[in-house]
Design a protein around this ligand. Structure first.
Ligand code: EPZ
Length: 429
């Protein structure tokens, strides 16, 4: 049986929606729970495929995990495995980050290399060089990273050549349980890095500078349990914001800190969108008169690569010429050909897409190739005339909890169709 998301577009969105806890904060924090034998309680955990895959991974390493509504209880009295196979890492790339906690707590790890994917080559050299500087003996053979530190890791001063989010997570986790002072220069500054650092402080590490380029970690011999609330998902928030903008609606998006949107907030104001920032979200007051925009992705606080496809979907229906340059992942344009099938006018030159706005897109059968490409097609479908059918929505399930319900809360006409069983569910029409 395969599922298809169906959207009848062309209607301005309005109303109020709450975003879930941040997927990209939940994943590293769940892995970081392996650093302690005591119970970790995480609240505001989103109900997503990637969270379920992470639970499976934790259980593989000996954790008992209990998920009740949005609260997760994790306890790992001892590590019972040191290996993460390719099938585990392939299903969830963030599994690769388990290398740091396994090495710091257990002194050994064998983790399959994640390989490239639809958005780019995604090497892990920065992770491996940093762990080697912390004294890990690392060998890569047959697609597997074999790492050991039988005497334990040692603190180090590490310079990143690029502010990789994953490598920053990896080193923060490893350093938190490595006694002594580790310094990361050129660290990623994303809100999810700050969230992980706050979690590590909650379990007993001392950390200064999270959110800045230099982070200093005073690691401890042992760490303890905690009760921790996850931040709201800024990328999910940006998705609903752009859906509202693309349909020329007005709405309130809540459950997140607007500061976490970084340069995206300036971009939408350049586009002519009037917003009011609030303590727990933003209200889009007016999106009736929009201008094209030039944007380029970069590490936080620059415009986030995870919002690039979403912004592009909205610009396809804004009169004039926009340009969007992707500077983080070399292959993150899989949405372009699908948007073109809906009538979008986009040409790609190297890493830059040139978009000429059209008055209306027309609904079509399209395919989600990755999580944000899928979300971009939802935005386009909401703005388009007629019916849009999005195949392969499992990519969306990785990052968007209760997607259809939340879109319906904004007045969207969206449903899902399970093709083989003629089990057609549609509501909100
Ligand atoms: C995280 O991926 C996010 N994933 C991504 O979100 C996000 O797009 C990305 O950060 C950038 O913000 C999760 O949090 C689970 P990086 P990550 O290491 O950590 C290069 C989504 O849509 N690089 O910051 O893998 C790399 O190839 C996902 O939710 C190296 O060259 O991203 C890329 O070009 C998709 N060597 C750039 O750095 C390394 O060792 C940024 O990658 C590591 C990275």
């Amino acid at each position: 049986m395969s599922e298809i998301i169906e959207i009848h577009g062309g209607k301005p969105l309005s109303g109020e929606v709450f975003v879930s806890g941040a997927k990209n904060a939940a994943l590293p924090i769940m892995l970081a729970s392996l650093l302690t034998g005591e119970e970790v309680v995480l609240r505001n955990v989103p109900n997503l495929t990637d969270v379920h895959l992470s639970i499976h991974l934790l259980e593989h390493f000996g954790s008992t995990v209990e998920l009740s509504r949005n609260t997760l209880r994790i306890q790992t009295p001892r590590l019972v495995a040191t290996e993460a196979s390719y099938s585990l890492v392939k299903a969830l790339r963030a599994s690769f980050w388990v290398l740091g906690p396994l090495l710091a707590r257990g002194g050994a790890a064998r983790v399959a290399l994640p390989g490239g994917d639809v958005i780019g080559a995604r090497p892990v050299d920065i992770h491996l060089e940093a762990l080697a500087q912390m004294g890990a003996d690392i060998n890569v053979k047959h697609g597997v990273v074999m790492a050991s530190a039988p005497q334990g890791l040692r603190p180090a001063e590490i310079d990143f050549r690029f502010p990789s989010v994953g490598a920053t997570h990896q080193v923060l986790m490893a350093a938190a349980r490595t006694p002594g002072r580790t310094v990361i220069r050129g660290a990623a500054r994303e809100p999810e890095v700050i969230a992980l650092a706050e979690f590590l402080v909650a379990i007993g590490a001392e950390i200064e500078g999270a959110g800045q380029s230099t982070i200093v970690v005073h690691g401890k011999e042992s760490l303890h349990g905690c009760d921790f609330h996850l931040i709201g998902d800024r990328i999910e928030a940006a998705t609903y914001i752009l859906a509202v903008i693309a349909t020329r609606g007005t709405a309130r998006i809540r459950g997140f800190d607007p500061v976490h949107l970084g340069a995206f907030l300036d971009l939408i104001s350049q586009m002519g969108v009037k917003v009011r920032n609030e303590a727990d979200g933003i209200t889009i007051i007016d999106s009736s008169s929009l201008h094209p925009v030039d944007a380029s992705t970069g590490p936080f606080p620059d415009f986030a690569t995870d919002i690039q496809a979403l912004l592009m979907a909205a610009t396809t229906v804004i009169d004039g010429k926009s340009s969007i340059s992707e500077q983080v992942f070399e292959g993150r344009f899989s949405h372009v050909s699908e948007l073109a099938r809906m009538g979008a006018q986009i040409s790609v030159e190297g890493r830059t897409a040139h978009i000429t706005g059209v008055p209306k897109l027309s609904g079509a059968f399209v395919e989600a190739r990755d999580i944000r490409a899928g979300a971009a097609l939802c935005i386009a479908g909401l703005a388009a005339e007629g019916l849009t059918q999005i195949a392969e929505p499992q990519h969306l399930r990785r990052g968007y909890a209760d997607l259809e319900q939340k879109l319906r809360a904004l007045g969207a006409r969206v449903g899902k169709k399970v093709t083989d069983a003629e089990d057609f569910m549609f509501s909100g029409c």
